[in-house]
Design a protein. Structure first.
Length: 283
């Protein structure tokens, strides 16, 4: 009986001594874990503040906050275990294999998710911006976890996968303060080109939002079958109107000015000559 108690006492003493020897490492590991919790809390609040300032979608804001939180906590657990003297290589290997398997199975979803997060931070466009991307033009209505929603100028709802949005060229018309319009005009060969230039430029200069610097310009492009092809260029402030509206207003103004000045905009004319056959002519 005494021998059993002595052996048990030795085992307990060994455990206690081992505990005392490892106590600094255990305390350090615990402190690392607690610090990771505190850091995760700070980063989560910081991410949420950034999302609110950028008026991001709530669902995406919550997702990114949770990703940041659990990534920091997971890293803290691994560092704490390693500091406590535990072998974490097997754990990391298993997590790596699991992550690779899940990522391969959900690669399209993952690509769209990551692209959505990158779009959120880079912000090449915002909600209600007018953009052109992946062959579609319209107004941005929503950026969700999988796709970006735009309403085309025809009123169609289009969901473009975030990966396509991120990897394609994006043209943001809303972030442009000025834009150039070119109106193609055909005038008759009887027209005085200097008068045509003066009248066309004066017509567009009177439009609201048209800039004087750069000034409107006039260009003769080519001589067609029934008309001289010209183009009137002018820059306008985008705050004063949309591209389609300004194009329409400019075309109407030039047409009215030409009508008042008697300048004709010709239409294609085909001349047909008829010859009467003479007796004896071969058909």
């Amino acid at each position: 009986m005494n021998a059993i108690l002595e052996n048990l006492l030795k085992v307990l003493q060994t455990w206690w001594q081992s505990f005392l020897d490892n106590l600094p490492s255990l305390i350090a590991g615990l402190l690392i874990f607690l610090f990771s919790l505190y850091l995760a809390h700070l980063l989560t609040r910081g991410v949420q503040r950034v999302m609110r300032r950028r008026e991001s979608e709530q669902e995406l804001s919550i997702l990114i906050s949770r990703l940041v939180r659990w990534t920091v906590i997971g890293l803290g657990i691994v560092l704490a275990l390693e500091q406590a003297g535990q072998d974490v290589s097997a754990l990391l290997t298993g997590l790596g294999i699991l992550g690779f398997t899940v990522g391969f199975a959900l690669q399209d979803i993952s690509a769209n998710l990551v692209s959505g997060i990158l779009l959120l931070f880079e912000q090449p466009f915002e909600i209600e911006d007018s953009i052109e991307v992946a062959g579609y033009s319209g107004t941005v209505k929503q950026i969700n976890l999988r796709a970006t929603e735009i309403i085309t100028y025809d009123g169609l709802q289009v969901l473009i996968p975030n990966r396509e949005v991120f990897t394609n060229t994006i043209t943001n018309f809303s972030q442009i303060t000025q834009r150039r319009i070119g109106l193609s005009i055909g005038v008759s060969y009887e027209s005085d080109l200097k008068a045509v230039e003066t009248i066309a430029l004066e017509a567009v200069r009177t439009l609201p939002g048209v800039k004087e610097d750069p000034a409107p310009s006039f260009l003769v492009n080519s001589f067609g079958a029934s008309a001289i092809h010209t183009t009137v260029y002018f820059w306008y402030r985008t705050d004063d109107g949309g591209f389609s509206d300004m194009t329409n207003i400019g075309a109407v103004a030039i047409k009215q000015a030409f009508d008042q000045a008697g300048i004709k905009i010709p239409y294609p004319i085909q001349v047909v000559e008829l010859h009467q056959a003479k007796p004896g002519d071969k058909k």
